[in-house]
Design a protein around this ligand. Sequence first.
Ligand code: PGD
Length: 789
Amino acid sequence: MTETNDMNDGWSTHSSHWGAFSARWDGRALEVEPDAGDPAPSPILENFTDALRHKARIERPMVRQSWLDKTGAERTFDGAFVELPWDEALDLLAAELSRVHAGYGAAAIFGGSYGWASAGRFHHAQSQIHRFLNVAFGGYVRSVNSYSAGASAVILPHVLGSFEALSRRNVTWEQVSEHTDTVLAFGGMALKNSMVASGGISRHVERDAMQKAAQRGTRFYCISPLRDDLPEQASATWLPIRVGTDVALMLGLAHSLVAENLHDRDFLARYCTGYEIFERYLQGLDDGQPKHAGWASGITGMAAAEIVALARQAARGRTLVTVSHSLQRAQYGEQPVWMGAVLAAMLGQIGLPGGGYNYALGALGHTGRQVNAVPIPTMPQGRNGVEEFIPVARISDMLLHPGQPFEYNGRTLRYPDIKLVYWAGGNPFHHHQDINRLRRAFNVPQTIVVHETAWTASARFADIVLPATMTLERDDIGAAATDPRLIAMRKVAPPVGEARDDFEIFAALARRLGVEQAYTEGRDSRQWLEHLYETTRAALEAKGWDAPAFDEFWRRGELALPSEPDDGGLLRAFRDDPDAHKLPTPSGLIEIFSSTIASFDYADCPGHPTWLPATDQPTPRHSLTLIANQPATRLHSQLDFGRYSQSSKIAGREVVRLNPADAQSRGIVAGDIVRIFNDRGACLAAAAISDAAAAGVIHLPTGAWYDPLPDGGDRPLCVHGNPNVLTRDIGTSRLAQGCTGQVTVVECEKYAGPIPPIRAFDPSAPVKRRRVTPSPADGDGAATERRQA
Ligand code: PGD
């Protein structure tokens, strides 16, 4: 299909999680042009320009030498790899998968394989790996929920409705710009986050919507320790709250509403259950502590008068409460999500246009949009017959504690005993917390397999590394349920080296395992694209809309998808008629008190929203609170070597922001290389001084590729600036067990030692090319069992 490139001067339409674009490759340089219809394209597109042939790309299948030789040596990031021809690597892997499956069963294979990979709907790494493991072995140990919304995805269905309905099918940006008077944005709504939407995004509307609203008079409040968590176009008032204290502020606001009789009693009586129990807590009837503005002031650092004034402002006109993902990516992260909804319920505007509660509005480009009226192409994953699963962020616990019990959402489960980890399309040594602990955990399984486009730390730590094509090297279809365009993602360049598509790799493995037909259904990549497209086309045709044949869609490069009318979703229907449209909660009402959650008897997630201070508080040794949030110059760790990401670094290092007072008291000036540390680990970063970070806060975004000093012992220094060497690996609570990577406490000092070079993007060099004679299938995994012991 690449011949279509020639029809347009070599330009090909394409798409990514951060925007639709066209690209042209002349064999040396890549030009990228954003989609002409996008009002605010993301600068992250620039990261593609030097990615195709970067030295970090993986060109050939590689196998860890010590794994081949069964030495039982611990895995390291500097281990030698042997380059193998594809056929040998695939034979070896097929034999190893068969060995593990035959010896231990499918519940010994972890295929949770979390990660964002690339935007196309067919070459969707998660779907491909899950489909393969389902077809080949009847299933695998999966992971549930996400690193983005680990706590909210579990708490919301108990108290208000599904995560999907409350985040993505709720208040639209159009409603905000037309109706909203006040936005209380807990955690802000930074444009760097809404730049991104999984599956792709062709129109970035958030900046202009906030500007339009602000120009009409909407008052935005950026409730965050970072001023730029709302864009300047929102003309927001910044309320630099102490990190992790939003629930106390929400309670202070709630108490002020009651004190001034500004809460909506009718709404609470008609649409909610359990308000009386919560009000006892609010008034301090049982614990002796009313949660008044003065109390909240002592916790949040905001003046009591400011809290009372904010409550009055919220009770005037149309008010929208939003709570960002970041607030729940922390210990007790369920609480701000729930309390935000309760605050909105007390204001009585849930379900009104532009008012009430929208969880995570602006957290991704999927939110605040109208939903498509037709389905988008989706790769079927098959059926997973294995019951065992983990909440996604419990990966280290699972590997380190096989067979041990853990609690989750009212159930006691056990961690499975994993022998083989198979990952495609994610970077756990970027995304998981407490990387030094993760390294110990990843030394437990007998075999680790990774498909990667580049030598990430996760690839370096694997035993079998298979080179995957990157998105620009294959044809695909880009689409998201909330984006009005279906994009023909045409191949822009041939694959680097011998890289193959994940689909091709799994098809070749399936052939070796005797299940090729079941995996491919007899289709090649092009036939799959046509097949997946047909669902969308047929739905368009049935509704009488433009529904071109696949070839015509491919020639045009994109296709407009119609949207459902903006009907306000679940909450509007509920408000209009709560008897006919009950919420999908146990009572059918908004649960301000949940008897289900109360029955779990979790002190870390009681039966109503509660102020629970994090157990990780600043101390004289570690006196700063680290915010490790999403980066602005790349998506997660993707293309960290790309031009835009690199242009933001100082001396090749990730930039950490410090408040001027904190920098001065430590003798740090802009551009200094600093060491950030706590008892879990340490990393280097380059200092920027900014009053956009509140005093006591240090801001280091995620995504700088992990780059440990060789021979650095148990807790090697990351010389590049990956904050996950510092973060805590604990669940949000026993309810959701979500990721808590957003905040932790650290100390920071000017780095005195010689500055080590950055090696994160150097390819992992092969030691030699050789033929493998004994297959691990003949062995018994004894060496690795020794390592486990
Ligand atoms: P990515 O960098 O997107 O991070 O974690 P995630 O693992 O999703 O990793 C995707 C990987 O897929 C990249 O290495 C890329 O090269 C590879 N890839 C791309 N395309 C393909 C393909 O077609 N095939 C294959 N095989 N590979 C491909 C993100 C996660 O991090 C998320 S979603 C969140 S919300 C969390 N956020 C935080 C946070 O706020 N704070 C901390 N401390 N930690 C976090 N971690 C989480």
